[in-house]
Every structure is written in C-alpha cells, then in structure tokens.
Design a protein around this ligand. Structure first.
Ligand SMILES: Cc1ncc(COP(=O)(O)O)c(C=O)c1O
Length: 384
C-alpha cells in the first residue's frame, strides 16, 4: 500500500495520550494482560459515569448486543424491531440468537428509526425493540419507551455510536433498559476493540458475565459450574487500560466534535449547500455527541456517483466513508425475504449518505478545506 500524502486528512483518527500509552506498557509488563484488575476498574469508572448502573465490559459492541438479546430472553420464533440503516452488526446479532429482524423505515431528517411506524410492525412474536442512535443523534427515548411499555417489549439500545450523547439532560446509558456501547477505534472513546453493556440489576450483570465467558461460574478454590452456553466476549486488561485513559477525555472530545460540527454547518452553508440540496444532519447541539458528520448527496441533481465524489475527495487528500448502505438489501437479508422498495427512505439515504472527516484532533482549517473541496466537486457537476 502507498503511504498517504503528508497532508492527508483521514475520516477519523483516535486521540490517545502519552499517559495512556505509558499505562498500557505498565499493563504489558505486569504479567497479567487478559481480563483482570484493569477491566474491573474500567467497569467501575463506566458504572459511575452511567449513574451507578451495573456495567460489564466486552471485547466488542457486537458481543454486547448479542448477550443483551439473550438476557432479554430473545430467541428462536421471536421478532426484534430495528432500523435498516446501521452497521450490519445490529441485525446480524438478531439472527445470531435465532430471532428474526423486522425492519422499520427511518425518518429522513434524523436518519434513525421512524418511531411513528414502529407500532404497525409489532406482531405477537415481537419481543424487543433495537433502535440505533446513528451518528450519535439519540432516538427520542420518551417516545421509544412509551411504545415498549404499551406492548410489554424489552429494549436493547444500540448506543454503539452515542457515548456521551444525552436525552433529557442525562447521558445515554444512565436510563433505559439494556444499553450497548462500542469502543471500536472510530468511536468517541476507544479500547481499540471493545464495548460495554449497561444492565438493570446484579442478576442481569451475573448473567452477562456468564454469557461473556463460556457460561462459567466459579466458586471456592476449584468449583466450576456451567448453566448457559456462553461465548468468548471478554475484554483484555490491555484494552481496558486504553479505555481508562480515554474516559476522562470524553467530555472534552465531544465538545471539540461539537465545535467542528458547528463549523461544518457554517462552511457548507456559506458555499451554497442548501441551494444545491445537500442533506445536512439535524442541528442538534443539546443531545448529540457528533460521532459523525454525514451529508446526503442529492442523487437526482448529480451526474457523478457517490463513489466518484469519494474518489475526487481522496485525490484532494480527504478521506470519507459510507455509514451505511441499507442492510435489508444485503444478499443475506434478501434471502430472508427483504426486497428493494421495502424501506425507501433508508434505501435513498443508504445510497447517498457520505461521512466527512470529524475527530477531536482536526483543525478548524481542515473543516474549511473539506467544505470547499466537497462543494467545488458538487457545484462543478451540477453546473455541467
Ligand atoms: C451502530 C453500530 N452498532 C454496532 C456496532 C458494533 O460494534 P463493534 O464494532 O464494537 O462490534 C457498531 C460499530 O461500528 C455500530 O456503529
């Protein structure tokens, strides 16, 4: 692979400070590198952040959701309602526990599951709702839990992207049913790979521990029992030490993301984004953690494909991404009966959404550069 040019601006980049790097070295030298005291300390710090709720750390935000569904009693014969516009982990975990995903189209403005359409998708087999806070913009929890209560459903919140987002002034995760976060490197805080699950009580926390590691329960010096078929989802102490170094920076990271997002709105609008019909995110500076800044290209006004726009941006030294194509159109989900046209808003958004660079270490000048290049490319083809 060619090395990127020196002025290459990636779509995202983690900020890991020297104290964390030194801390990781200490763990590596300590003789205990898998799950141990660092994981316990990380879980305690997370629990404090989430208002004292029980938290268990995992090696991915996919494992957390699979285990959350098992704890919620979801299995074969059950249906789980979710969005078609997410990382495919969201629906794959529903299949992994033997249940069926029931997709509900997204709201074109929030790009999150359309809460108005959920009730029409509920059947006697529905057991849970699995909403996603795309780009960190939270789904309205009051409306969501009102539906869940009316129909006696569990909720597994896929909050993979919304660490530090808020709802009614409270951090996402501090309220609600089962709440799952990811600490993948592109997330607002990272453990390299990892995740955590916020639970309701100690019984669920014990169950989470069992599902996390082969179902094993130890007692005394040599006692071992297995009651559930758990998997292998434990976080290493090395990863947990990275997380312990990241968590104290969360508020400052998110404040910088918010500042950069404000600049994106100003820079894109100043260059005619609205006139051109570029879809901008909801301007939410109260609740979103600005995990991503995503625009939706107006395909009907473009003679370039999204891939060509991405290619031209890359040629200008700017990395972009696609989060995400609509999941129900993947071959796996078509085999299960999903068809093009089933969820038109998610399909349009999935075809045209583009993630622009956004990460705490970005400079103000980087935002101006991205806005200028993007609008130059779009307006040049619109005029042609
Ligand atoms: C919305 C969403 N759900 C689930 C996941 C899965 O998290 P992980 O990659 O940690 O397994 C991600 C991670 O990208 C995500 O963005």
């Amino acid at each position: 692979m060619n090395a990127p040019p020196p002025d290459f601006l990636p779509m995202t980049r983690p900020s890991i400070d020297e104290a964390t790097i030194a801390g990781v070295c200490e763990v590596l030298r300590s003789g205990w590198i898998t799950s141990g005291p660092q994981v316990k300390a990380f879980e305690a710090a997370l629990s404090q952040y989430f208002g004292g709720r029980p938290v268990r750390a995992f090696n991915s935000g996919t494992g957390t959701m699979e285990v959350a569904l098992r704890i919620a009693g979801v299995g074969p014969g059950h249906e789980v309602i979710t969005t078609p516009l997410s990382w495919v982990a969201t629906s794959n975990v529903i299949l992994a526990v033997g249940a069926t995903p029931r997709f509900v189209d997204v709201d074109p403005l929030t790009r999150n599951i359309d809460l108005q359409r959920i009730e029409a998708a509920i059947t006697p087999a529905t057991r849970a709702l699995l909403p996603v806070d795309l780009a960190g913009l939270p789904v309205d929890r009051d409306a969501l839990y009102a539906i869940a209560r009316r129909h006696g459903l569990r909720v597994v919140e896929d909050a993979a992207q919304s660490m530090g987002s808020r709802c009614n002034g409270q951090p996402i995760g501090s309220l609600g049913d089962l709440v799952s976060f990811s600490f993948h490197p592109n997330k607002n805080i990272t453990t390299i790979e990892g995740g955590c699950l916020v639970l309701n009580d100690e019984r669920e926390a014990r169950l989470a521990e069992q599902y996390r590691l082969q179902g094993v329960v130890r007692s005394g010096f040599d006692g071992m029992e297995v009651e559930v078929a758990g998997g292998k989802f434990n976080l290493t102490d090395v990863a947990a030490r990275v997380g312990l170094g990241q968590l104290p920076h969360l508020a400052q990271f998110n404040a910088r993301r918010q500042e950069l997002a404000r600049q994106y709105f100003a820079q894109l609008r100043a260059r005619g984004a609205a006139r051109f019909g570029l879809g901008l995110p909801v301007e939410d500076f109260a609740n979103s953690n600005w995990h991503m800044f995503q625009v939706v290209l107006p395909e009907e006004r473009l003679s370039l494909s999204r891939a060509q726009v991405m290619e031209q941006l890359l040629a200008a030294g700017i990395g972009t991404g696609v989060h995400y194509p609509a999941m129900h159109l993947f071959a796996l989900y078509r085999r299960l009966g999903c068809r093009p046209g089933d969820f038109p808003v998610a399909e349009y958004t999935g075809r045209n959404i583009l993630t622009l660079p956004l990460f705490p270490a970005m400079r103000d000048a980087d935002v101006a550069r991205v806005a200028e290049e993007l609008m130059r490319i779009l307006l040049s083809v619109a005029a042609a």
